[in-house]
Design a protein around this ligand. Sequence first.
Ligand code: S3P
Length: 433
Amino acid sequence: MKNMDKRALHLTGAALKGEIDIPGDKSISHRAVMFGAVAEGKTTIKNFLPGADCLSTIACFSRLGVKIEQEGSNVMVHGKGFGGLKEPSELLDTGNSGTTTRLMLGILAGLPFHSVIAGDDSIAKRPMSRVVKPLAEMGADIDGRHQGEYTPLAVRGGKMEGIRYSLPVASAQVKSAILLAGLQAEGETMVLEPVKTRDHTENMIKQFGGTVEVDGNCVKLQGPQSLHAADIMVPGDISSAAFFLAAGAIAKNSSIILKNVGLNPTRTGIIEVLQQMGANIEIIPNQAESFEPAGDIIISSSNLKGIEIGGDLIPRLIDEIPIIALLATQAQGRTIIKDAAELKVKETNRINTVADELTKLGANIVPTDDGMIIEGRTGLHGAAVQSYGDHRIGMMLAVASLIADGEILLSNADAVEVSYPQFFDHLYSLAQA
Ligand code: S3P
């Protein structure tokens, strides 16, 4: 995200009306392409998210010799099984995507060839030994800067053995990398999570004809397994919907409908937070059966109150914390966010970037070691702010323009392309309705 695209946002007092279709889930879109690539046969994906991160996943698998046809949100993956992937002659460039980087490592670990994986400046600062360590224990040879902590990482994969592994941090990416390696390994692979994280990989394994057992926080599978092509319908991304859930709650005289939002219980922490804060929110589950639950959400202007957020709830809303911080500035009383030190190793250090940028808008927010404390309600004002190339920081600051008095000048606004290319179109369409 090197482009310093600047956007002037002046939506003060706009009432939001109307409805939008929430674009496809980022986590599920990545996994649908990855599983399609390592399965045998033609996988079709509908409502794929054509954001920069998921396009990086497609580009990496193309370099591994997989034919992938993509037109907007329709994708066809011509999978040839794990064994059909070829040694890449070029670097596997994962762009800004942590999910691509970490999950790909799990796949590459079991393949008998050499590859080098790297992404942008943000990826180069994100911890990778959390994945490298268990994969090395399973038999892969992976090295990178600082003893394998940072990209570029060189992988020589090959024969893998199953592993029993207790995750030191709650991370769906690490769990998924180990499971993807386990599908190629001899014997049982078992992952124990300290707190349950998103389970899209487990759901995908079943969807592609594999077998996985889930018992509370323990996930187990037997390897090796071969997978078969599937037709995947991706639900809308609740992490993208979250920006408009917050917008609808804090903008005056507003009522909006967000269509087709994924409602997997490992992702719905934001809905519980809004309910606890006193938001006017209604959920209408889809009747149609799907491998991941989904529904429409109606959100209207709300009188919010501050709450405490921590513990097991954190992994269920980890990506929503930037927008929750903005909500908290508009809630009566104090909001405390704790147990969220993982925020420091996201696309940016989100404890710092959220606190710094909201402070520029006049918020009363104090960063802590594992979260932040926000005093509300505060009137926000316009200022020059920036996303630091972090999509979720950019979208949070753009939503703030609905309530800030004056203009918000947002630098690096194009970061939203990572997960929500239509974000600004959706914001303006709801504000003009
Ligand atoms: C993701 C898992 C989470 C989340 C990220 C997507 C995934 O990261 O923050 O945006 O698709 O598995 P961690 O596994 O690092 O917590």
